[in-house]
Design a protein around this ligand. Structure first.
Ligand SMILES: Nc1ncnc2c1ncn2[C@@H]1O[C@H](COP(=O)(O)OP(=O)(O)OP(=O)(O)O)[C@@H](O)[C@H]1O
Length: 639
């Protein structure tokens, strides 16, 4: 992992923070279920960072938007949640689970079964969009933007001034496409998004600066309504360095609710055989009522040992009256809780630390109030989580602090965040050539020089991948572009510099330039789809399981490519200097060795998947031909 030695240090923790005039930057936690907005009341006092209450006096606002299709207006937050029962098809919630994702993603297809509104495929970008009952398409960014506008207004009403700058948080494991879509939502809401900050990093900022002079290694375990993140940070003298991050962008309270909803539905149809499961699940209003009651029961069970779900007149004048115990909820959701453990272990491994080195465990997100989750987290880290952090507010508070840092109101705090997955390009033979390893501190810029694989090649396809495997076919294509207009040259001669530039928001820009012709091209990577939970898990697990094999294949492809280029060079030299070297008695002998090595390479490439062939034979033969060709040229020169 990159650990810059020249990182900025806080001169003295007791040094007063300086203030300079600037417009306010609000911090927004745009959550799957709930959102919050915060600001810094007094930059000289970091403890003055405050969550702003909405017009209903609440400190968090449901991320729900309800459209009135008759008059074209919409409501946000509590008001939207209240009308959900009578307007289920036009009340959109948990749309953060869709943002920047392809409609065909397995996760999206699974979610479709549980939501009372319509999710459609946008014909242009193939992303998941929403549709009102009158067929009006809305992008998840538009829904996010409605929530952001509401929070912007909340802040403006409270502060009595116009606000147009914000820091917005996103799950750490969000990919490029999901980050772009979130920024877009901010722009649509009339906000200049100064920075997109990872949620656990924001939580750490708020914890670290509120706990005076905190230094040490902390783990932030963040399980909210829709996503799970784990980050390991090293906090020292005002420098917040993320050492690793991992997670699952499709795991959260919504999944727990869905499990409980399934349980309630099954119990109801078992007890009322005249009601079919299909009829009940198609009844949007009934399902909306079951959803609300199930979520409430889940929340209640964090405080009481048992609770009742009572829903009168659910179908055919029948009622739901069900007793649920805490251990029953624990048992039915244990597989979901356990899904958080492998990312935690991977994050610790990547940060090169053992659990006992973690000095504080910070819990973020409403789901971490569930006692079973707390006990699992305690077991994994071997310590009780820190109880001083408010899991609903800490992310927004951290975003506001980062806003203060960016506006210059807060000095001497430096945030060093990381990129969650390895980034690289495809090279000859389908090999994944990483440029930026996962958990590299951002912003980062890196250039590597590549060349062509075929003689006379005038264009190259730059295909950008994200993932942990050695071959591109096992990773995720996140964008591609062509660099054309290269002058025809022998393979291996053109010098193509490929530059990856990841900004502090985690957004990726890739450019390529050929030095000879000065041809240049670039893209800002906009992924066709987000990484599904399965893909993320598969990427890392498969990479570990297949590391040896991948390395072997990779080394073989690299060796053969090198040999191919060397033999091509020698063949070209033979053609060019034929008149001179033909005079040497060595000529025909070396020429035949050259031809047989060429045949070896051709055979090897034709049977690339046969791992029983020894690539070292090709290497030895190539080295030998090189040596013999040198002798031939020296001998010919003497004549
Ligand atoms: N006391 C509680 N016990 C169990 N679950 C709870 C409790 N309070 C809230 N939750 C659940 O926490 C989830 C919401 O958490 P939170 O508001 O932190 O998420 P979010 O910020 O909207 O989501 P994300 O960070 O994933 O985008 C919901 O699923 C809610 O039901």
């Amino acid at each position: 992992m990159l650990r810059p030695s020249s990182r900025l240090k806080l001169c003295s923790p007791r040094m007063p923070f300086a203030r300079w005039a600037s417009s306010k930057v609000i911090g927004i936690d745009l959550g799957t279920t709930n959102s919050a907005v915060a600001y810094i009341r007094d930059p000289l006092d970091l403890k003055s960072v405050t969550v702003i209450e909405n017009d209903e006096g609440k400190r968090t606002t449901p991320s729900v938007v309800g459209f009135d299709v008759k008059n074209g207006s919409y409501t946000v937050g509590e008001a939207a949640k209240r009308q959900a029962l009578i307007n289920p098809e036009n009340t959109f919630y948990a749309t953060k689970r869709l943002i920047g994702r392809a409609f065909q993603d397995k996760e999206i297809q699974k979610d479709l079964l549980h939501v009372p509104f319509k999710v459609i495929e946008n014909p242009t970008n193939k992303h998941a969009y929403l549709s009102t009952s009158t067929g009006e398409a809305k992008s998840p960014s538009e829904i996010g933007s409605a929530v952001l506008s509401y929070l912007k207004r909340t802040a403006e009403n409270y502060l009595n001034e116009e606000i147009n700058k914000a820091v917005i948080t996103v799950p750490a494991y969000f990919n490029d496409s999901q980050r772009q879509a979130t920024k877009e939502a901010g722009k649509m809401a009339g906000l200049k998004v100064l920075r997109v900050v990872n949620e656990p990093t924001a939580a750490a900022l708020s914890f670290g600066l509120n706990t005076s002079e905190y230094s040490g290694i902390i783990a932030v375990y963040d399980l909210g309504g829709g996503t799970f993140d784990i980050s390991i940070l090293d906090i020292e003298g005002g420098v917040f360095e993320v050492r690793s991050t991992n997670g699952d962008t499709h795991l959260g309270g919504e999944d727990f609710d869905n499990v409980l909803i399934g349980y309630v539905v099954n119990k109801f149809v078992e007890a009322n055989t005249e009601v079919s499961k299909e009829a009940l699940t198609k009844n949007r209003e009934a399902m909306q009522r079951i959803r609300a009651a199930a979520e409430q029961a889940k929340i209640d069970l964090s405080h009481v040992k048992e609770t009742r779900i009572n829903i009168p007149f659910i179908e055919n004048n029948k009622h739901i009256n069900l007793l649920i115990k805490e251990h029953e909820l624990d048992d039915m959701t244990m597989t979901l809780i356990e899904k958080t453990i492998p990312p935690v272990k991977r994050a610790m491994k990547d940060a090169e630390i053992e659990p006992e080195e973690v000095e504080e465990v910070i819990l973020v997100g409403g789901m971490t109030r569930m006692p079973r989750i707390r006990s699992v987290v305690s077991d994994v880290f071997g310590r009780e989580p820190n109880a001083s952090v408010n899991p609903d507010e800490t992310v927004a508070l951290g975003a506001a602090i980062q806003g203060g840092v960016l506006s210059g109101e807060i000095k001497n705090v430096l945030l060093l965040d990381v990129t969650p997955l390895t980034l690289g390009i495809e090279t000859y033979g389908g090999v994944f050539s990483p440029l930026i390893p996962r958990n590299t501190t951002v912003p980062v810029k890196k250039t590597e020089v590549f060349s062509t694989g075929v003689d006379g090649q005038t264009g190259v396809d730059i295909r950008v991948f994200q993932g942990e495997r050695g071959l591109v076919k096992d990773n995720k294509l996140i964008g591609d572009f062509k660099l054309a207009g290269i002058e025809p040259m022998p393979k291996g001669v053109p010098q193509i510099g490929v530059t990856f530039d990841i900004d502090a928001d985690g957004i990726i820009n890739v450019s390529a330039a050929e030095t000879g012709t000065g041809k240049e091209n670039s893209i800002t990577v906009i992924a066709n789809s987000g990484l599904t939970e399965e893909e993320v898990n598969r990427l890392v697990e498969d990479a570990n399981a297949n590391r040896e094999l991948d390395n072997l294949i990779r080394q073989r492809v690299e060796l053969i490519t090198k040999a191919d280029i060397m033999i091509s060079d020698t063949e070209n030299a033979f053609k060019r200097f034929k008149q001179t070297i033909i005079k040497s008695p060595l000529y025909s002998e070396v020429l035949s060795e050259l031809r047989s090595t060429r045949n070896m390479i051709t055979d090897f490439k034709a049977n690339e998947s046969d791992l029983s062939t020894d690539v070292n034979d090709v290497k030895k033969a190539t080295d030998q031909v090189q040596k013999r060709a040198m002798q031939l040229f020296q001998d010919a020169a003497k004549k």
